[in-house]
Design a protein around this ligand. Structure first.
Ligand SMILES: C[S@@+](CC[C@H](N)C(=O)[O-])C[C@H]1O[C@@H](n2cnc3c(N)ncnc32)[C@H](O)[C@@H]1O
Length: 219
């Protein structure tokens, strides 16, 4: 019988492959390492993207020549630093954060990374922030990584505010292996992925890096 061509690796092989990719393509410098250490020291959850996901975001941004990027979900600024470092001169990252303490720590981290000049943190509930940002010029790329239950709302906003040829991306497409569980977050993530997959105005995929990076090109 033909197999189904699904490739799986033993955990130790998977680990070694990921470590090699990280080492070759996405090495963290001292600043990114410090940001991760500080995140733990401040008692914030360790839910930031992984280095290879950060590098993939930079890679995608470079492919489309992104100059204006919107991030939903700042935490301590780890993904924001990856995104900001990929911007060309004059580029801008706007990042939305609900928790003022997270925003304050992220602000320190953006200063440490020397990217404060190109990053704007917008504090408050993303729903309200997006309403205000609706008046701003379109974005080249959106990275969604906040309250997953609202992903479909963030997608609707992005469809109206990302330029043709731009990208809508989202973290945790695999939900750490729990995508098919029955709970509000997993259900919302599946609905979001189905919307990406079926929307006629999008060309979408899930890049199997880290916890799964959903990526949709706006036609
Ligand atoms: C997974 S973390 C973001 C991680 C970050 N993107 C990184 O990789 O470094 C999610 C963040 O979204 C924020 N958040 C949750 N709900 C939000 C909302 N409604 N509006 C804005 N931010 C929200 C949380 O406070 C948290 O800091």
């Amino acid at each position: 019988m033909l197999d189904d061509r699904i490739l799986t690796f033993a955990p130790d092989v998977q680990r070694r492959l990921t470590q090699s990719i990280r080492q070759w393509f996405a090495p963290e410098d001292r600043i990114l390492q410090t940001v991760r250490t500080n995140t733990v020291a401040h008692g914030l959850p360790e839910i930031q993207i992984r280095p290879e996901e950060g590098q993939m975001l930079q890679f995608l941004a470079a492919i489309i020549g992104a100059r204006r990027i919107l991030e939903i979900g700042t935490l301590a600024g780890y993904s924001g630093i990856w995104l900001a470092r990929g911007l060309p001169p004059g580029g801008r990252l706007v990042t939305l954060e609900l928790d003022p303490r997270h925003a304050q720590i992220a602000r320190q981290h953006f200063a440490l990374a020397g990217v404060s000049d190109r990053v704007e943190i917008v504090e408050g509930d993303a729903a309200a922030s997006l309403e205000r940002l609706g008046q701003a010029e379109p974005f080249d790329m959106v990275f969604i990584d906040a309250n997953k239950e609202a992903n479909s709302d963030y997608l609707a906003w992005s469809l109206a505010h990302v330029r043709p040829g731009g990208l809508i991306t989202a973290h945790n497409a695999f939900r750490e292996g729990h995508l098919h569980d029955d709970n509000p977050t997993a259900n919302a993530t599946r609905a979001f992925l189905e919307a990406l997959a079926t929307h006629a105005g999008l060309f979408s995929t899930v890049i199997p890096v880290g916890d799964g990076l959903a990526a949709a090109l706006v036609k």
